[in-house]
Ligand binder design. Structure first.
Ligand code: SF4
Length: 280
């Protein structure tokens, strides 16, 4: 079992094992039998990723559904990477110490462009080809979303599927399709998602001039906007880190977007319209 190997060959030697050990209050572990396994991957250090409010929401929404398992993985620090490579150990999830390759889908948050190379390094650490065209049906479907996915083209060769916009409901729609189509090919799954889920960009279904080459792919892709920030998106018991993170506080989303809308800022334009939650 990978967990035993990590306990012997990885955890005693890393500088800050708490970043990789999981087990924080608020984490969810499930029996994976018959479920669709999704790993949310944050291509930055634990201290940064675990402070990201969107991660708490996605983790909660997916794990609230009995059909799915959502676990987490983060970019590992330099010392941990050296050990993983030297010991020939794969990138793993924090909840069950499962090899990333064993998940049905892995979804990366692209918070900003500086993490693009971390994402490629994580795919490489997981032992899978970094280019989408070189991965096959045995590999997880590699998804990406988040603010930097609004311009997906720089990462188009590496990602199977981009979700553009608010993912709270779209991610569940995609996982439902993967759950129904378990055992089918990657192409069949992606074709069905392209046909049925809005705000999805699958680069392999477009030519170099960005014209669709698959009938099910839309000519234009619009970012998903959830008009209401629903109560059920947010966990009553968020994950509470056991090591110090960059935001040492509980984050609560009181609104999405910014009413100033400055042209140089990403948050102003991409989170339109501004949605505020009622005070109560
Ligand atoms: S810079 Fe961005 S977040 Fe700040 S006021 Fe302008 S739009 Fe809002």
């Amino acid at each position: 079992m990978l967990k035993n190997e990590l306990e012997k060959r990885f955890f005693p030697y890393v500088i800050k094992p708490g970043r990789y050990a999981g087990g924080e209050p608020g984490t969810v572990t499930k029996d994976p039998t018959g479920k669709t396994l999704y790993c949310h991957a944050f291509p930055d250090k634990y201290e940064i990723g675990q402070s990201y409010l969107g991660l708490q929401a996605i983790y909660h929404i997916i794990n609230s559904d009995d059909r799915f398992v959502c676990e987490r993985t983060f970019a590992v620090d330099i010392d941990a990477e050296e050990i993983l490579r030297k010991e020939n150990l794969p990138l793993f999830s924090l909840e069950s110490f499962r090899d990333i390759n064993e998940f049905d889908a892995v979804g990366f948050t692209l918070s900003y462009e500086m993490v693009f190379t971390n994402l490629l390094n994580m795919l490489n650490l997981a032992g899978m080809p970094i280019r989408s065209k070189d991965r096959n049906d045995s590999h997880p479907i590699i998804m990406a979303g988040g603010p930097a996915a609004y311009n997906p083209e720089p990462m188009a060769d590496f990602i199977d599927l981009f979700f553009i916009g608010d993912a709270e409901e779209g991610l569940i729609e995609m996982l439902e399709i993967l759950h129904t189509l378990k055992g089918k090919t990657k192409k069949e799954k992606l074709l069905t998602i392209a046909q049925k889920v809005q705000s999805v960009y699958i680069p392999a279904f477009y030519d170099v001039n960005r014209k669709p080459i698959e009938k099910s792919s839309p000519k234009e892709i619009f970012a998903r906007v959830q008009p209401e920030l629903k109560r059920e998106y947010y966990p009553d018991h968020p994950i509470v880190p056991l090591v110090e993170t960059v935001h040492e506080h509980l984050a609560v989303e009181i609104m999405r977007g910014c009413p100033q809308g400055c042209r140089f800022c990403q948050a102003g334009p991409i989170y339109r319209p501004v949605r505020m939650k009622p005070v109560e």
